[in-house]
Design a protein around this ligand. Structure first.
Ligand code: BT5
Length: 322
C-alpha cells in the first residue's frame, strides 16, 4: 500500500496544488512528488501543470489510483485485471497485518460463494473484498455481513436499480413480467444481483480480521451469468461508472462499521425478506413461517405455527403463500 500516493491523490482531489506544497505536505522531496505524478500519468491520469500547480483534468475509468482519487474513506485499493479470488488475496494481506484495504478485480477466475459454491465473475463486474479489523467481538461478525448488504443495496439504488436484501446476504431485484411490466418475485425472491461472502479470523473476544467479499454483477451480460441472476447493465440498459460505484460502496460500508447501531434499522428498511413467508434451511432442519424481524447480531426471527424461532444461519427461500 502506497501511503504517499494516497496522500498525493487526496491533495490533488482537493484542488490545484504546487509541487513544493505537495513535497512539504507529504514530507518527501520535490523529485519524489514529480515521480509520483509521472506514475499517475502513466496510469492514465491527465494532470496539467498550471501556474497554480497541478490540476487533474482526467481520471482513468477504473483501477487502484482511480478509485482512491476522491475516495471518502481511509482505505487504500489494490487492483487486479484478473485474479483467482479477491477474498483469497485479502486473506493474504490480512496475514501480512494489513487493514483498511479494498482488493478489487475486473475478473475473477476462482471466486467463491458460501459453502464452497462457485461464483461467476466475468470481466466487467464489481468484485471487491474489504479487509477491516473491527473492535467488536467475533459474535458480532454477522452484523458486518448485513452492513455490506445495506451498503451495496444503497449504492445499487443510487444508480437507479430497485434492489433489496434477502436475508442474510443476497441482494435481489424483483422480476418484471414480460406481459404487463409488473414486478414480481420468484421462489428465490427475485433475480440475484449481488452475493456477499464474509470471512473472519478471531479469538474468543476479539476479531483479528474480517473480509467482506462483495460481488456485484455490474457491467456484464446476464447471459454470461448463471440462471436466476441479473446485472446492473441488464436492469439499466447501460453501464455504470464502476469507479464511483466502488467508492460509494467503500464509503457506505465504512460509515456503517463506524456506527454499528445504524446497521439493523437500515437493514430492515432495505429488506425484501421481512413480511414474507420464508423457509430457512438450517443445520437443525427447515424453519417455515413469516419473517418478522432481524435482531442482533443479524439473526432472522421467523413466526412459525409453534411460535417465534430465531435463526442464526441458513439458506432462506421466499415462498408464496398458499
Ligand atoms: C454468495 O454465495 O452469494 C457469495 C458470493 C460472493 C462473491 C464475492 S466476489 C468478491 C469476493 N471474492 C470471492 O471469491 N467471493 C466474493 P452463495 O449464497 O453461496 O451463492 C452462490 C450461488 O449463486 C451459486 O451456487 C450460483 O447458483 C449463484 N451464482 C454464482 N455466480 C453468480 C453471479 N455472478 N450472480 C448471481 N448468482 C450467481
Amino acid at each position: 500500500m502506497n501511503e504517499t500516493r494516497r496522500a498525493l491523490l487526496d491533495a490533488l482531489a482537493a484542488g490545484p496544488v504546487t509541487g513544493p506544497t505537495l513535497a512539504e505536505r507529504l514530507g518527501v522531496s520535490r523529485a519524489a512528488v514529480w515521480k509520483q505524478v509521472e506514475a499517475l500519468r502513466d496510469e492514465g491520469f491527465d494532470i496539467e501543470s498550471t501556474n497554480g500547480g497541478y490540476v487533474v483534468s482526467g481520471v482513468p475509468e477504473y483501477g487502484a489510483a482511480a478509485i482512491e482519487y476522491g475516495l471518502d474513506a481511509p482505505f487504500s485499493v489494490e487492483y487486479h485485471d484478473s485474479i483467482g479470488s479477491t477474498n483469497d488475496r485479502a486473506r493474504e494481506l490480512a496475514a501480512e497485518g494489513v487493514e483498511n484495504v479494498a482488493v478489487v478485480a475486473d475478473a475473477q477466475t476462482g471466486s467463491r460463494g458460501r459453502l464452497k459454491r462457485a461464483w461467476s465473475a466475468p470481466a466487467g463486474g464489481v468484485w471487491v473484498s474489504l479487509l477491516v479489523r473491527p473492535k467488536q467481538p467475533p459474535a458480532h461478525v454477522p452484523l458486518f455481513t448485513l452492513a455490506a448488504a445495506v451498503a451495496v443495496t444503497r449504492v445499487c439504488r443510487e444508480v437507479g436499480v430497485d434492489a433489496s436484501i434477502k436475508w442474510p446476504n443476497d441482494v435481489l431485484v424483483s422480476e418484471r413480467s414480460e406481459t404487463d411490466g409488473s414486478q414480481s418475485t420468484n421462489e428465490r425472491g427475485g433475480l440475484k444481483l449481488v452475493g456477499i461472502l464474509t470471512e473472519m479470523e478471531g479469538e474468543a473476544d476479539r476479531v483479528s480480521w474480517l473480509i467482506a467479499g462483495i460481488g456485484v454483477n455490474a457491467n456484464v451480460d446476464a447471459a454470461d451469468l448463471p440462471e436466476g441472476a441479473t446485472s446492473l447493465r441488464e436492469q439499466l440498459g447501460e453501464d455504470v461508472d464502476r469507479r464511483v460505484f466502488v467508492q460509494r460502496l467503500i464509503a457506505e460500508f465504512v460509515a456503517l462499521c463506524e456506527h454499528p447501531d445504524d446497521i439493523l434499522p437500515a437493514w430492515r428498511e432495505h429488506s425484501a425478506t421481512l413480511g414474507q413467508r420464508v423457509r430457512v434451511e438450517t443445520p437443525r432442519g427447515d424453519v417455515e413461517g413469516r419473517a418478522v424481524d432481524v435482531v442482533t447480531p443479524g439473526a432472522l426471527v421467523v413466526r412459525t405455527s409453534d411460535g417465534d424461532v430465531t435463526v442464526h444461519a441458513g439458506d432462506c427461500e421466499h415462498i408464496r403463500p398458499v
